[in-house]
Design a protein around this ligand. Structure first.
Ligand code: GTP
Ligand code: ZN
Length: 329
């Protein structure tokens, strides 16, 4: 097996060469635990020790990371991450924990069965924009939906720059549409609320049951201990798909620029506002409100943008205050 089969790219090849390491020293983290990681390399799977120097903060190796291993199998270093998904460390507003690294493509799933919610799509697209990955929107459980085309059009409106597909992997509606985005050197992941069909899609794409669907999980949870498992699965077309529980608890984290990926339309309009720091409320000369009046953009979308902006600013402020307190000590 070659590293490319599970997502190795030119960027990792360069980082290896720069450090004077060879491909044989390199492996990918398929599961991260306290103090150790399971990795997959050209020689297969192994469990590696994470030294204390790498254990703290966002430097700790996480699922999807490419690491360099010593002869004895300890993690020497984590190669630079191309993309990262973070969640707020438990109970803390100011510390992020990287839950997945080097994901190129995120499938954002929303169900067409009553779960359909444009605001939630916008939120996920913002998370994906912050991570650096590219997003593809999948509207799942399409068979039972009579307004499929309308929903696709609505989703396209809130996902400028992303492809949107209505699929049903159980009832066979365009179940292979997601495959067009996969291939050697590409790492994908699935995002979406509970029950939208993330595990079902992962199992379908991989070709056998690797992810536990909700029904199976709830059954298992009655007393039995679940064994730890891989969180990165190889795909028949090459590349990998990542399915880690951490992806179910992502946090909005970046700075205001992260909204330019998910709300390019609002950001472009706001450039024409009279005041640079316009909040698009009652300020004179507001180009965004003007666009709402002209029905060029929906007020709900602008509200959604403002809500996410406040959220980003609040976490940013907490982080700045914390680093100031640290410095003053
Ligand atoms: N009809 C239909 N049912 C689906 C589809 N995808 C998933 N389901 C069903 O929806 C239920 C939930 O699917 P899961 O794949 O477990 O959902 P999940 O997103 O992984 O849920 P969590 O693990 O809780 O986050 C299961 O009963 C699936 O069989 C689909 O495309 N069509
Ligand atoms: Zn404005």
């Amino acid at each position: 097996m070659k590293l490319e089969d599970f997502g190795f790219t030119e960027a990792e090849a360069e980082a290896l060469a720069e450090g004077g390491w060879s491909r044989g020293d390199c492996a990918r983290v398929i599961r991260a635990e306290r103090g150790q990681v399971a990795t997959l390399g050209e020689m297969g799977e192994r469990v590696s020790v994470v030294p204390g120097t790498l254990k703290a903060g966002d430097g700790a190796p996480t699922t999807g990371d490419w690491v360099v291993l010593s002869d004895r199998g300890a993690v020497l270093t984590v190669l630079p991450r191309r993309t990262r998904f973070v969640r707020r460390a438990a109970g803390l507003r100011t510390e992020a924990q990287v839950v997945a690294a080097n994901v190129d493509l995120a499938f954002v799933l929303t169900g067409l069965d009553g779960d359909f919610n444009l605001r939630r799509i916008e939120r996920y697209l913002t998370l994906v924009g912050e991570s650096g990955a590219r997003a593809v929107v999948l509207l799942t459980k399409a068979a039972a939906c009579a307004e499929r085309e309308l929903r696709v059009a609505q989703a396209k409106d809130v996902a400028p720059g992303s492809d949107v597909h209505a699929i049903d992997v159980v009832d066979g509606i365009a179940p292979d549409a997601p495959r067009a985005y996969l291939g050697p050197g590409i790492t994908a992941c699935v995002l979406g609320s509970s029950g939208v069909g993330k595990s079902t899609l992962v199992n379908y794409l991989v070709g056998h049951d690797v992810a536990k669907t909700k029904a199976v999980r709830e059954h298992d949870d009655r007393g039995k201990h679940t064994t730890s498992r891989r969180e990165l699965h190889l795909l028949p077309e090459g590349g990998a798909i990542l399915d880690t529980p951490g992806m179910r608890e992502l946090s909005i984290w970046g700075d205001a620029t992260s909204l330019s990926a998910s709300f390019p339309d609002v950001v472009a309009l706001a450039e024409a506002c009279r005041f640079r720091d316009c909040r698009h409320g009652k300020e004179p000369g507001c180009a965004v409100r003007d666009a709402i009046d002209r029905k060029a953009i929906s007020p709900d979308r602008v509200d959604s943008y403002l809500g996410l902006l406040s959220e980003i600013e609040a976490t940013e402020k907490a982080r700045v205050e914390k680093s100031r307190r640290k410095r003053d000590r």
